[in-house]
Ligand binder design. Structure first.
Ligand code: AMP
Length: 257
């Protein structure tokens, strides 16, 4: 099973360390002037694809990002980590605000057919919208098996054995290729791109496409009515002794007096 072609979805999202601020008109969150990075689960997917290549399981890794021009930085990062080439599917900033998992899934499915991918690899979820839908939808559109929330991937003859993180434990399944995989947190620790690899990535090929090139209509299918901050939590207080704590709990009726 050497020579697998792996397509990796790489979403540009607000960096996980940024404190998110809601727009004053409650239509969304503030993105201008805010640090963005590759979705952390997508970094894990890229890393796993690179490890597959290092183990000679994969022969080519293609990173895809759908979104505005800045997504090209995300793709350069993927290529600096080891992706061979990339495809930027340009969606202007205004349309990107309404780009939904089904749109992205349709694009990824078409790209997968176009490049004859054996594996479509996505993150388990994007940390901005927390949808956790795109990989599953790609699998449905292509009618391929899916192994989501992967925390370990091994080859088994012509198939893959995938350990999945599920509620209450781990599930091991066998999937036939071609397949869709989605990366969970414990799959690996992504490498940092080294300076020489960042330089090399500048020379790697990046194709520019549009959703229309894949026949995908990105017209919105749902609208966001309102975005709000979560309710503010009441501040805690420090007490100087256990006796004070017990008396406060009694006063609040939380322990019998
Ligand atoms: P979601 O279903 O939105 O939580 O996204 C799940 C995964 O789909 C992400 O971790 C990415 O791998 C992929 N994905 C979502 N949106 C995009 C995008 N705009 N461009 C490329 N990949 C994406």
């Amino acid at each position: 099973m050497s020579g697998l072609r792996v397509l990796v979805g790489c979403k540009r999202v607000i960096d996980y360390a940024v404190k998110i601020r809601v727009k004053p008109d409650n239509t969304g969150v503030i993105t201008e002037g805010v640090k963005h990075s590759m979705n952390p689960f997508d970094e894990i997917a890229v890393e796993e694809a690179v490890r597959m290549k290092e183990k000679k399981l994969a022969s080519e890794i293609i990173a895809v990002s759908c979104g505005p021009t800045q997504c090209q930085e995300t793709l350069r990062t993927a290529m600096a980590m080891g992706a061979d080439k990339s495809i930027h599917v340009e969606v202007d900033a205004a349309s990107y605000e309404n780009l939904q998992p089904l749109h992205v899934a349709k694009i990824l499915a078409k790209v997968a057919q176009d490049v004859k991918a054996d594996i479509v690899f996505t993150g388990k979820q994007a940390i901005d919208d927390d949808c956790n839908q795109t990989g599953q939808m790609v699998a449905a559109l292509l009618d391929w098996p899916q192994a989501t929330f992967a925390s370990k991937i091994e080859k088994a003859n012509g198939d893959l054995t995938v350990t999945r993180e599920i509620d209450g434990g781990l599930e091991t399944i066998k999937v036939q290729l071609p397949a869709v995989l989605t990366a969970d947190l414990r799959l690996n620790e992504p490498r940092y791109a080294t300076l020489p690899n960042i330089m090399k990535a500048k020379k790697k090929k990046m194709e520019k496409k549009k959703p229309e090139d894949y026949g995908v209509d990105i017209g919105p299918r749902q609208s966001i009515l309102k975005v709000e901050d979560p309710p503010v939590r009441q501040a805690g207080s420090k007490l100087d002794s256990v006796e004070t704590l017990v008396s406060k709990l009694k006063d609040a009726g939380l322990v019998p007096s």
